[in-house]
Write a protein that binds this ligand. Structure first.
Ligand code: HEM
Length: 230
């Protein structure tokens, strides 16, 4: 193929961006709509949370869980492409955009969490002296570490940074996305007391912390089954 004229380059970049945007809107839209519907059903319809807390408290649950799912999807696309090439191989290039969207949504989750952080919303995080419990501190530390790892991956995804790195190290760093998902799943450990009491689950629906913890195992299993065979 010859050298592209500026117009041809613009058209092919435009085609790529349209396809990337479509993928991000579809995948992100389905994930956030599903997690938001689940959160409203579990906490407002069947649970004790007032409808007035939907905009921040309940939506934040959807953002948190949705971001983790998107990051896990991004980190599983390569394996999915090897397991079911007919279905996924042509979508593998979308993983970068899905990962960046997961990072942005996780960032939004952090902003909302900081807004509403306090005894009123998160009673179980605090001791009677209004300090965080050990498990709450540990969980928040895992969340922070996960986010900083994601920030590093997002920064190294800028073409100007990526083009100045060796392919070897860039790929090596970007496999660390797996650790970000593992840390994100460990970050929900504060919820474990409710995992073993199904009789207390609102509407019989498992807590979002339990689903989020499971995300890590699903991602690891998919990556193991679809690992490259040399
Ligand atoms: C500074 C970093 C972070 C802070 C301060 C933070 C804060 C919080 C808080 C306060 C909750 C409790 C929400 C609730 O029970 O309603 C939570 C839950 C959660 N967070 Fe984070 N988070 C951080 C980073 C992350 C990251 C990077 C991810 C994803 C990779 C993530 C995913 C989740 C998930 C899946 C839940 C469970 C949602 C639920 O059960 O409601 N968080 N986080």
């Amino acid at each position: 193929m010859g050298v592209q004229t500026p117009d041809e380059k613009e058209i092919s970049l435009s085609d790529r961006d349209r396809s990337a945007l479509r993928g991000v809107v579809w995948v992100g839209g389905i994930v956030i709509a599903t997690t938001f519907a689940y959160a409203i059903l579990r906490y407002v319809v069947f649970g004790p949370i007032a409808a007035e807390n939907i905009p921040l408290y309940v939506f934040n649950k959807s953002l948190a869980w949705g971001s983790l799912i998107l990051l896990a999807i991004s980190m599983s696309m390569g394996a999915l492409g090897r397991l079911w090439p007919g279905l996924f191989a042509r979508h593998v290039w979308h993983r970068k955009y899905i990962g960046i969207m997961g990072f942005f949504i996780a960032t939004l989750h952090i902003c909302v969490s900081v807004f509403i952080m306090g005894f009123g919303y998160f009673r179980s995080f605090f001791t009677p002296t209004i300090k965080m419990t050990f498990i709450a501190e540990l969980s928040m530390l895992f969340g922070l570490l996960s986010w900083f790892l994601l920030l590093f991956l997002a920064v190294t995804s800028f073409p100007s940074v990526q083009n100045n790195m060796s392919r070897n190290y860039w790929l090596r760093f970007h496999h660390w996305g797996v650790y970000a998902v593992v840390l994100g799943s460990l970050h929900v450990l504060y919820g474990y007391p409710s995992w073993f009491t199904p009789e207390s689950w609102y509407g019989g629906m498992p807590p979002i912390t339990l689903w989020s913890f499971a995300v890590m195992f699903v991602m690891l299993a998919v990556r193991f089954l679809g690992r490259p065979k040399n």
